[in-house]
Design a protein around this ligand. Structure first.
Ligand code: SF4
Length: 591
């Protein structure tokens, strides 16, 4: 039935698996076999997709499945203690299902609630502002098997927390106003305004949007596609959540403006699984636009201007924020980044020329349509025009969303968000840059400190080693495993950091970290691998004492305890006499 609902289309495999899991709670081998047969595709492909995404379960989970956000800022707010407390109250071990199948508790990466954490997802729904009192209440509700619909709505409150507005967040636009302005300019005139604006992608890389659009427009294949990347998975970022909550219509209008420029008929918004709670409001907003002829056929009475938007859900894979991985995922595959070239603008979704833009980038195009490219470019800096939304979290009085013209100094942002006694700021998420206090004069701009929007603040009480370690664990968890340098390199990095944290590190481990950094930077297939060592390299350079005070000795220290590793063999052989142990004295003889 579910496969039929999706037209028996294998490109919808991820959506099918999500829908099936909604009904069955997990994807059993029999279910995977059935889906493969219904879609007439190899079972291995279904199995491969089901095994790729963290939110798809190939083993049973509890009737209440809880995922605690394990982002560093939430750790700083005590998320680990809250999770331990909940687990002990419910008699469940993290990562396991309780014996009665009632509950399972695990951690996940950032869920985009860094301004109102600690937070968790319960059966996919975000629950914010956790406290010990709230944990007690949740434990009681779960024990009573109270349905989520009967839990206090206050538990699920998600605030926008907007503290500073500028051009975009001040925008009050009647639906269709930007579109009418662009249509009046004609496709070429509209593209000219985009060029004048010098708008650069807000997803982090900063590629010029008009250049991307022109390459797609000029690509030979006739069927063009526009994709909105709403998979903001970078730890510490949540500005797209706010845009999709408050300004979804502006984002959809931006997608339609892109379609007008490149001649696309098909559009997708790839919504991260963590924001699934926004799915229904977004669908309603799309229906309204269809009713107003702002989507569909002959938009605004223009013959041949046909465009519609479909929402695809992600399922907890950070790498899908990379545009080619996202396209693979849209096609119902594992989110493995593609080899480039060819680039998506010529060979994207199903080989069609495709524009992939970030939520904020698309929203900004409405400002350009309404006021013109020159007016847009008058704000910000020469190389970074317009404004930027920042998602601020961590040690500050007012975490939330701040919009600034590009070029704003870090110290001004810190002052505005009520941060004091700050030793470091992580700009751009785990893959970004760690700035020490002597760098706070630097500016948010592509030519100085580029960012997709995450801005995490750490005061002088924080241990920057633990901050970097959290990011390293994140990358090791999120590596898609496709290429060996990243799969092995992120695991080695994680091990090296654990060894240091356990007090078994030596100076050689610091040298190893630098070697792993070179390996990942030079040999990784995509940006995830090459960015993975950034937080360690930055903190090692700027906060080296945080590492050195963990070194037991500055000389070599073995990382591997051979005697402990032989414990399983001793158990199996039933021997535990002295000769079955490796010891520093006479180990040769015993071995
Ligand atoms: Fe996957 Fe990492 Fe390789 Fe990227 S660098 S393709 S995330 S394994």
């Amino acid at each position: 039935r579910i496969v039929s609902k999706h037209g028996g289309d294998a490109t919808r495999l991820l959506q099918i698996l999500i829908d099936v899991q909604d009904e069955t709670r997990w994807l059993s081998p029999a279910v995977l076999t059935l889906i493969a047969a219904e879609l007439s595709i190899p079972r291995s492909r279904v199995e491969g997709v089901a095994g790729f995404y963290h939110f798809l379960h190939k083993r049973p989970v509890g009737r209440f499945h809880l995922l605690f956000a394990d982002n560093i800022t939430e750790r700083m707010q005590g998320s680990a203690e809250l999770m331990a407390s909940l687990c002990s109250k419910l008699w469940v071990e993290p990562g396991r299902v309780s014996e009665d199948g009632l509950v399972s508790v695990e951690t996940t990466s950032c869920i985009g609630m860094g301004d109102q954490g600690p937070a968790l997802l319960v059966n996919g729904v975000p629950l914010t502002r956790l406290s010990h009192q709230r944990v007690n209440q949740i434990a009681e509700l779960i024990r009573r098997e109270a349905p989520l619909s009967s839990w206090s709505p206050e538990f699920f409150r998600v605030d926008d927390n907007i503290h500073r507005t500028d051009a975009l967040l001040k925008l009050e636009m009647a639906p269709g106003a930007a579109l009418r302005a662009a249509v009046a300019l004609g496709r070429d005139g509209w593209m000219e305004q985009m060029q004048l604006s010098n708008l650069r992608g807000r997803g982090g890389a900063g590629f010029t949007t008009a250049v991307k659009w022109m390459a797609c427009r000029d690509a030979a294949a006739p069927e063009k596609v526009v994709v909105c990347n709403a998979d903001e998975g970078e730890p510490g970022t949540f500005k797209d959540r706010v845009l999709l909550t408050r300004m979804a219509d502006v984002v959809f209008e931006g997608m339609t403006l892109a379609a007008w420029a490149v001649g696309a008929r098909q559009g997708f918004i790839y919504l991260r699984g963590e924001y699934r709670y926004l799915l229904e409001p977004l669908r309603e907003a799309l229906d309204l636009r269809r009713a107003e002829n702002l989507l569909g056929r002959g938009i605004q009475g223009v013959a041949g201007f046909d465009f519609d938007i479909e929402i695809h859900l992600g399922a907890g894979a950070y790498v899908c924020g990379e545009e080619t991985a996202l396209l693979e995922s849209l096609e119902g595959k594992r989110g493995t980044p593609r080899i480039r070239p060819p680039f998506p603008v010529t060979h994207g979704y199903l080989g069609r020329p495709t524009v992939v833009n970030n939520v904020e980038t698309l929203a900004k195009t409405c400002l350009i349509a309404l006021a013109g490219g020159e007016a847009f470019a008058a704000t910000g800096t020469a190389q970074s025009t317009g404004t930027k939304l920042l998602s601020i979290s961590g040690d500050c009085a007012h975490p939330g969303i701040y919009e600034y013209p590009f070029g704003v100094p870090i110290e001004r942002v810190l002052e505005d968000c009520g941060a004091s006694d700050i030793q470091a700021v992580q700009v751009g998420g785990a893959a970004g840059i760690t700035l020490a206090s002597y760098e706070f004069h630097r500016r948010i701009a592509f030519e100085d400190v580029p960012t997709a929007g995450a801005f995490m603040v750490f005061d002088s009480s924080r241990d920057l080693f633990e901050v970097a370690r959290n990011f390293v664990d994140f990358f090791a968890h999120e590596s898609c495993g496709f290429c060996t340098p990243c799969r092995v390199g992120t695991a080695l990095l994680k091990k090296a950091m654990k060894k240091l944290a356990d007090g078994r590190g030596a100076k050689t481990d610091l040298a190893d970290i630098e070697w792993i950094d070179r390996l990942l930077k030079n040999a990784s297939h995509c940006g995830l691998g090459s960015a993975a060592p950034n937080p360690v390299v930055d903190t090692l350079l700027k906060f080296r004492p945080a590492y050195e005070r963990r070194l037991q000795s500055l000389d070599f220290e073995p990382a591997f305890d051979l005697d402990a590793a032989l414990a399983a063999a001793r158990r199996a052989s039933g021997r535990d006499d002295a000769a079955a142990h490796i010891s520093s004295e006479g180990s040769d003889q015993k071995a």
